[in-house]
Design a protein around this ligand. Structure first.
Ligand code: SF4
Length: 832
């Protein structure tokens, strides 16, 4: 059956209900440029989605050397053919007329075009000069969650063993640092325990601070299809906004931002009090339960209710569902991760599963989610705070093993301290010890907290800034050298989604002008720097993506993220493959910890953990005595209030976040007509009660002010919890007259003008959820509603007179439920 659907008006498309334990039916979504038919497509080129972490597999339609559309891959385990709005329409950004097509060099106040040799020569010369005069600590790299595995790995080798700097991190610090840290704290090692197929088997789903409907629309389609099928799961939602998830939930808890640990401790309290723990699992596979029992003994629902402003009865009800679940799948995202007790809260979700024995079985799993498409790869390749292959920087044998893989002396790999996190890298640049910062595929001049400060750091004369991107972003406008990069569809590589599924993304078309793949740029730099191994041979021996992948496989061998059983050829044609995948597991591994906890032993673990309050690294001696046999660690945490509470001057709380239609700083999605029209301008969400108390109405122009700065936006009245403001963080300045910042002294448009330079002590993830703020009216809206979508959590409290969000004829996609012949997925074939 085939249908045509406006996928802006109906982002999730039609339902294909299925029963618990059954296979998720196929639905193939296709969108082609208006006027193009399937018959006119010259070829289809395999890839997966780049604008979120779900890894939706798709094929790119190519006609006359240009991308003309996409089609979901029915054979794939992740999406079974479905695509979300950003997948369906996002590819159009590739062909934007303002793509960068040649390198640019700063000449006074201007950036002027130059050739590659000049640009790369300038970068290499400055690097050598700094290495000579100031040493490796004067050079830092800040990368992305959107490059490919091969690119991160190459960057990690050249930065850590070539330059010898500890200052390499990704913007995934803002995004998934807590996911990685929480997994390390509980299981001794990164690696997603669960699988997306757990949705098919769960009887209870709990989404903690995870607006899945907007951040992972295709996974939400899977949940919707279960909810509409036989034997649907029960759904618990923890979110202060009236998200689509909240609207479908059996229990919706909308806590005061910054109180997740109190809420989770109360849920754990209830589960322990009602004796719904799995004593056998706890005894066999964990340490630390008694400490948790003591810590949450006084955390009653009534106690938490007073802190979280959630009814105690609702907390008890949620605990009842969690405690009676036989197959519980929990997911966690930014509502938990971007808070002052991020790791402490995320770890309590792991604890919930550990004390209930909900791991390693179909339907029983945790997904500490990622935000970006290749965030998992920054973590495993060592480009985001850890050593490659989840090696432990505190374990000399791990460092020696990495040195063996790279054929360098262990002393060549900095491991005197934890790898430097992004917030500290910018601090070093501010202080002046860091003199060169190479930014690839990210836009800190919009995405980092406290933008006034970030702009002044980047604009310093003494800091040599290289920016490698597709467009002249706000950050690129402040750079000394700008390098034009090729993107998805224009280069080949692999990437890994939030449930460890590796996909191949093949080159479909040429990049515009002189733009080059990020891998080619890093390799060019390595050649110019003449990095050598300890025998005098070249440090980096590969020359293209497939060779880089093979090099990475050697680095991953025997580690938790073992890729040795994956090849490009194996990824071609069929479904994605979940790591670990090696000789003994040639089809990959659907779930971790099916046979106990495997990577927490002191000799093999990626981390000995951190103090959740101070962030201090635990020493090996302490870890060995606590956990000699390598079990899962149940780590208790005490609730601590947010660092910035509302006051008389700033009476509201401000939380920033995302909308379904945009990705990051709109660098791509702002250039896609269907997506941009759905959410063209920044808005500010406020509850109806707060609006009426202040005499404000839908469409009023307001300023949101915190101690850091202000932003100006239009008011949308929604069902958000009282006392809270929400602002989407996507909007910067590239499409304004000013270019990279607010005009003059006026309020900006970017949410991060107002956010604070502060981070979770363990994961170092910045806080975006708990600023104190005030609201002031600038101008009445005169009945013109806010430019916010009506289809999402931003839906107006009173829809009367507000035009529903639609995409029109150009936003139609076909969805077909006909199963292509011979289609099956590995997980489906393995079903009982
Ligand atoms: S918007 Fe934030 S959470 Fe989402 S991918 Fe980007 S950094 Fe991650």
């Amino acid at each position: 059956m085939e249908a045509s659907v406006d996928r802006i008006a109906d982002p999730w498309g039609g339902r294909t209900p299925y029963a618990r334990g059954a296979a998720w039916p196929v639905r193939t979504d296709t969108h082609l440029a208006p006027g193009t038919t399937t018959d006119e497509v010259d070829r289809w080129v395999q890839t997966a989605s780049l604008l979120h972490s779900n890894g939706d597999a798709m094929d790119i339609a190519v006609r006359d050397g240009r991308i003309v559309g996409v089609r979901g891959r029915a054979a794939d385990r992740v999406n079974r053919g479905r695509l979300g709005p950003k997948d369906l329409f996002g590819w159009q950004a590739n062909a934007s007329p303002d793509r960068l097509t040649s390198p640019l060099l700063r000449d006074g106040r201007r950036l002027v075009p130059c050739d590659w040799d000049t640009a790369m020569g300038r970068i290499a010369a400055r690097s050598k000069e700094l290495l000579d005069k100031r040493g490796p600590g004067s050079i830092g790299f800040y990368t992305s969650g959107q490059l490919f595995l091969e690119e991160y790995y190459t960057l990690a080798v050249l930065a850590r063993a070539g330059i010898g700097t500890n200052h390499l991190d990704g913007n995934t610090r803002l995004c998934t640092a807590t996911a990685g840290e929480a997994l390390k704290e509980s299981f001794g090692c990164d690696g997603q325990p669960g699988s997306f197929t757990d949705v098919d088997h769960a009887d209870t789903l709990a989404l903690f601070g995870h607006n899945m409907a907007e951040t992972q629309p295709v996974l939400w389609m899977r949940v919707l299809d279960r909810l509409d099928g036989a034997d649907p799961p029960r759904l618990i939602c923890v979110d202060p906004r009236p998200t689509r998830v909240a609207r479908r939930a059996d229990v919706h808890l909308a806590p005061r931002p910054g109180t997740n640990v109190a809420l989770l401790n109360a849920l754990l309290h209830e589960i322990i009090r009602t004796d719904r723990v799995d004593g056998e699992f706890i005894g066999a596979h964990t340490v630390g339960f008694e400490e948790l029992r003591r810590r949450v003994a006084s955390c009653t629902p009534e106690w938490a209710s007073a802190i979280c402003d959630v009814p105690a009865a609702a907390i008890s009800e949620a605990a009842g569902l969690l405690g009676s679940a036989e197959r519980l799948l929990s997911t966690v995202l930014q509502g938990v991760y971007q808070s002052h007790q991020a790791t402490a809260a995320a770890v309590q979700v792991n604890n919930l599963h550990l004390i209930r024995g909900m791991l390693g079985r179909p339907g029983a799993g945790v997904l500490q989610m990622n935000g970006q498409p290749t965030a998992q790869n920054t973590r495993e390749c060592g480009a985001d705070g850890d050593l490659p292959g989840f090696r432990n920087w505190q374990n000399d044998r791990h460092v020696a093993d990495l040195a063996r893989v790279w054929n360098v002396e262990p002393s060549a790999i900095p491991h005197y301290a934890p790898p430097t996190h992004a917030m500290q890298i910018f601090r070093y640049a501010e202080q002046g010890s860091l003199r060169m910062l190479w930014i690839s595929g990210t836009n800190p001049a919009v995405s980092l907290p406290e933008l006034g400060r970030i702009r002044s750091v980047l604009a310093q004369d003494r800091l040599f800034t290289v920016v490698q991107d597709l467009f002249l972003t706000e950050t690129a406008q402040l750079a000394d050298v700008v390098l034009p990069a090729a993107t998805w569809g224009e280069k080949t590589g692999t990437f890994t989604n939030a449930d460890r599924t590796v996909h191949l993304s093949e080159k479909a078309v040429d990049p515009p002008g002189d733009a080059r793949p990020d891998l080619a740029i890093f390799l060019d730099y390595a050649r110019r720097m003449d990095f050598r191994d300890k025998d005098g041979g070249p440090l980096i021996t590969w020359d293209g993506p497939q060779e880089a992948f093979e090099a990475w496989k050697r680095c991953s061998a025997g580690r938790p993220c073992d890729y040795t059983g994956i090849t490009y050829d194996k990824l071609r044609g069929g479904s994605g493959i979940q790591w670990p995948c090696d000789e003994t597991r040639p089809e990959g591994t659907e779930r971790l910890y099916t046979d106990g906890i495997s990577w927490a032993h002191p000799d093999v673990c990626e981390s000995y953990g951190k103090d959740l309050v101070t962030g201090a690294s635990v020493e090996v001696v302490e870890y060995r005595s606590l956990n000699p046999d390598g079990k899962a660690v149940i780590k208790a945490a005490e609730y601590r209030p947010a660092h910035e509470e509302p006051s008389q001057e700033y009476p509201l709380q401000l939380t920033t976040g995302r909308t379904l239609y945009h990705f990051h700083t709109r660098t791509k999605t702002g250039r896609v007509p269907q997506l941009n029209a759905a959410a063209p301008e920044v808005w500010v969400e406020l509850s109806a009660a707060d609006a009426s108390a202040r005499g404000l109405a839908e469409g009023d122009l307001v300023d949101v002010t915190t101690p850091r700065g202000s932003l100006r936006g239009t008011l949308r009245i929604t069902g958000i919890r009282e006392g809270l403001l929400f602002v989407p963080f996507h909007y910067g300045y590239w499409d304004t007259a000013e270019g990279y910042g607010p005009s003059g002294e006026g309020p900006g448009r970017a949410a991060n003008e107002t956010t604070v330079t502060d981070w979770d002590p363990a994961s170092k993830q910045p806080l975006f959820k708990t600023a104190a703020a005030r609201l002031t009216l600038v101008r009445r809206g005169d009945g013109v509603p806010a430019p916010a979508p009506t289809t999402t959590a931003s839906a107006p409290a009173r829809p009367d007179g507000i035009r529903p969000t639609e995409g029109g004829p150009d936003a139609r996609a076909t969805q077909s439920t006909d199963v292509p012949r011979g289609d099956s997925t590995p997980d489906e074939a393995a079903r009982p």
